[in-house]
Design a protein around this ligand. Sequence first.
Ligand SMILES: Nc1ncnc2c1ncn2[C@@H]1O[C@H](COP(=O)(O)OP(=O)(O)OP(=O)(O)O)[C@@H](O)[C@H]1O
Length: 228
Amino acid sequence: MIEIHNLNLAFGRKPVLQNLNISFEKGKVHGIIGLNGAGKSSFFNALTQVIPPDSGSIRFNGNALKRGRIGYLETNNFFFFHLTGREYLHIFEQTNTAFDLPAFEKLLLLPLDDLVENYSTGMKKKLALLAVLKQDKPIYIFDEPFNGLDLESNRTLELIIQTLQEKGKTILLSSHVLEPLLHTCNQIHLLQNGSFVKSYEQPDFGRIREELFQHLEVEIRNQLQQAL
Ligand SMILES: Nc1ncnc2c1ncn2[C@@H]1O[C@H](COP(=O)(O)OP(=O)(O)OP(=O)(O)O)[C@@H](O)[C@H]1O
């Protein structure tokens, strides 16, 4: 269980996470949704100590959560110039003994001997994902992992997430597109104004679209009538 109590994070005077409280059950896949700027990446950065929170506690199985327990795929990934994909992956220690690079190379159609600087957006995302999967961690956080992936890779990633869950991993992921979350998550949590305001269990997933978009759609349609 990951237990988060009264988490606060501000950038200057701007509060981004405000007295945020939530628990994530172990071995489950948790989706995080929220508008652009809602604080999803900031929340993940706080959990991983990339940007330490101003206050609050984050515990995993009763103890303070350590950065080293998390495999973190960030939204934007940093790559060194003049390295091939294979050379980039060499930077990361392989602690996941089951990780089979040739299998993933085939599965994701990744040209590992090409320079990363010539990769497409989706290829870079897949490469960064492989660097995370090389590492055996109890928790994986995937921030916008589906961004830029083609249909086939999208499905492959959904199945990767399912497989990690079958291995008992706890997974947190965000997505701008609801569909992959509906396919992979046990729970989906709505982040709004710096805290979690609602959690949906799998049987209630059908309500999410309706609850989130119903009012919005009427409003947007009305505005578009005037604006376009
Ligand atoms: N390093 C930073 N310095 C100042 N403000 C920041 C910084 N990082 C994020 N913010 C602000 O914090 C708020 C939350 O940003 P965050 O990137 O966490 O949102 P998000 O939910 O991940 O958004 P998106 O869906 O667009 O990726 C935004 O208002 C953003 O401008």
